[in-house]
Write a protein that binds this ligand. Structure first.
Ligand code: PRX
Length: 651
């Protein structure tokens, strides 16, 4: 709350420099034209952009069809996404341009030109094809952000396979759930990878997941990424090197319908089970392309470093599909931000002359805490644009980023969007908008957002918040939840009778139309920019045999933005375990069940949870305790008042 209050008081306005304005991809004049076109004929607006930006195999005749909440974009057009990211560039002088510059944790640098990436993708596609996979079969990618994981994504796209990248920090159980949810036939992984100087045994995690029962999996492809020994099951496992075709064979890209699925990406919601968000091909690509141009202002000579892992949507849209479809150079780094030192990011920027840098507020706050001496060791003068994503950025961190990293010379684009939206929805156009720290400014051309009350009416009071909704369909919108149409409707549309897409965020719009994101309106917490469902963590906790009940809430955290407080009730026979040692054991348990990102920061044990007479947990009171606030509001319905004192004992 403190964070929001300080943001609301923020008045400083930062205008882009004349130099930036002069060279920006979008200027006020082109923006006015776009807005006018959209207002006059929104269908023509999207049609022209799709024709100009995408290389089609067969042109589409319809733009947006279908009935809410099931929309189709450019339905009868055909294309291939990998051909848009590769083939169309290698026919031009971009052929020898660097597509990917990979910096490893121990500073090995590997650059791949568009032509080299094209060869790699063709060789691997050939191998995948030989496994007998068919269009729209599902493939899980459980790998760090290295050229091979990007190759795997593009190869799936080339063959029309649906990939689902699972963040390589997720546990074997989370991986197993995702494999089974989409009945994947193949999982692609590495033997191990390095993070913070230590080896993370990815293959071992995959083995454990498969041992729990993944009947749909036929093969596990392993890329040799280190010299670590691994277990190898000859009947199922195949080395990457053994399946690739080194004969420079070109695999013709499959002709895909615009609405064919490109990928599934799992994200947390307000139930215990993650949702497999599904994205289409053409529509998704269009918004990725546009936002990389409009928001990140990418030019031919830029070196774009988006620090996101490919396991998240940001990695999909701003590491892989958007920049590569534009023919840009991307930098990827698969190590820890502070390894071997707290200036690693700044060193990479200088050594590789990064021009556009996109990261999360958590990373900025972590690096800011380490002091100014570290960035001051580096010039950072190659930078021209900075971005943030994933969570609200507090003005203090914004100003530090602006001054210490951007040298007051780089616009900062605070981009609001979600796994579901596929691409940036609300973000500054850096050559046009004056920016106030803490607001992601205005919706992008073609995106209509609203801040509405519980009836769906626009909130007029500029000081008052409401539910953030998107009022018109857009090309990169999610097409649903894999295998769960009902949940799709219920989560995103039902509340307002399918009239608007419900983001799950609350926001307020100021008098100038700038949007200030306030937080989530559902049981989702945002820890270090990672979205976690409180129910997911509660389910993990209660699956421990000592735990009878649990409730999870968040509290503000200086670095992580939000952190997790778990309230736990032990079963009668195990009550004596309450204490620090068992709290640590429970943290490890959550790590095994979900992954390190979901480990609770604080755990309190009590003999019961505060409940109403009808047995409903009073989460409001738990939030008060977690946030160190006075117990607020009415407690007259509280059945067991003495419980509140027990909750204050925190481990
Ligand atoms: O709450 C919003 C927050 O992150 C959520 C989306 O999370 P995810 O699907 O994991 O995607 C993260 C990367 C796009 C949103 O509902 N969020 C995202 N960007 C911002 C943000 N909150 C405030 N400011 C942002 N710029």
């Amino acid at each position: 709350m403190k964070n929001i209050e300080s943001k609301l008081k923020e008045k400083r306005v930062f205008k882009p420099s004349e130099e930036f304005v002069h060279q920006a991809n979008l200027n006020s004049r082109t923006l006015d034209k776009l807005i006018k076109k959209y207002k006059t004929d929104s269908s023509l607006f999207w049609k022209e952009l799709a024709v100009n930006e995408i290389t089609w195999i067969k042109k589409f005749t319809s733009v947006c069809t279908g009935r809410s909440p099931f929309f189709k974009w450019f339905e009868d057009g055909t294309l291939n996404i990998s051909a848009n990211c590769l083939d169309r560039h290698i026919e031009t002088d971009k052929k020898d341009k660097i597509a990917i510059k990979h910096v490893s944790e121990d500073n090995q640098i590997n650059s791949l030109s568009y032509n080299e990436l094209f060869s790699k993708v063709n060789s691997f596609s050939s191998g995948l094809k030989n496994l007998g996979l068919k269009k729209q079969d599902r493939v899980i990618i459980y790998m760090p952000t290295i050229p091979e994981s990007i190759t795997a994504m593009l190869s799936c796209a080339r063959l029309g396979l649906i990939h689902s990248v699972v963040f390589a920090g997720f546990s074997s159980e989370s991986l197993k759930d995702r494999i089974n949810d989409c009945s994947a036939k193949v999982v692609i992984t590495v033997d191990s990878f390095k993070r913070g100087g230590k080896f993370i045994q990815a293959k071992e995690t995959v083995d454990r997941a498969l041992a729990m029962g993944c009947p749909s999996i036929q093969h596990c492809i392993v890329y040799k990424n280190s010299s670590e020994e691994i277990n190898f099951d000859e009947s199922r496992d195949i080395w990457w090197d053994k399946i690739i075709d080194t004969n420079d064979k070109i695999i013709t890209p499959e002709e895909m319908m615009a609405e064919d699925l490109l990928f599934i990406l799992y994200t947390s919601g307000s139930t215990g089970k993650p949702k497999g968000i599904i994205h289409s091909s053409a529509g998704y690509l269009l918004n990725c392309l546009l936002t990389n141009k409009w928001v990140f202002d990418l030019k031919d000579d830029d070196i774009f470093w988006c620090t996101a892992d490919i396991g998240w949507i940001t990695g999909h849209s701003y590491v892989v599909y958007g920049p590569l479809a534009l023919g840009s150079t991307i930098l990827i780094y698969d190590g820890a931000p502070t390894y071997p030192d707290g200036d690693r990011f700044w060193k990479i920027i200088d050594e590789n002359q990064v021009t556009v840098f996109y990261t999360a507020p958590t990373a900025i706050r972590t690096l800011m805490k380490l002091g100014d001496e570290l960035p001051k060791r580096h010039k950072l003068d190659s930078l021209r644009l900075l971005g943030t994503v994933g969570e609200p950025i507090n003005p203090e961190a914004w100003i530090w980023y602006h001054k210490t990293i951007g040298k007051e010379n780089c616009p900062i684009v605070d981009t609001w969007w979600q796994t579901e939206t596929g691409a940036n929805m609300i973000a500054p156009l850096p050559g046009i908008y004056p920016i106030i720290p803490g607001t992601c400014t205005k919706p992008l051309p073609g995106i209509e957002i609203g801040v509405v009350d519980s009836e769906g009416n626009e909130v007029k009071d500029t000081k008052q918040g409401g539910n953030l909704v998107i009022k018109k369909p857009w090309p990169s919108m999610l097409r649903g939840i894999w295998g769960d149409e009902e949940r799709y409707i219920k989560t995103y549309w039902e509340k307002y009778d399918n009239r608007f897409y419900i983001t799950g965020d609350t926001a307020r719009k100021d008098k100038d139309g700038n949007v200030w994101i306030m937080g989530r309106s559902d049981d989702v917490v945002n820890v270090s920019g990672h979205r976690l469902g409180t129910m997911e963590i509660e389910s993990a906790l209660v699956s421990h045999k000592y735990v009878a009940e649990s409730a999870v809430v968040s509290f503000p955290h200086d670095i992580k933005g939000e952190a997790i407080h778990s309230f736990v009730v032990l079963r009668d026979n195990f009550k004596s375990y309450a204490g620090k040692q068992f709290a640590d054991e429970l943290r490890e348990w959550v790590k095994i069940k979900i992954g390190s990102i979901a480990k609770p920061d604080r755990i309190s044990f009590s003999t019961n949870l505060p409940k109403t007479r009808s047995g409903k947990i009073m989460r409001r009171l738990l939030r008060n305790v977690a946030r160190g606030e006075e117990i607020s509001g009415d407690t007259s319905t509280l059945e067991n008042e003495n419980i509140l004192n027990q909750l204050k004992d925190i481990h």
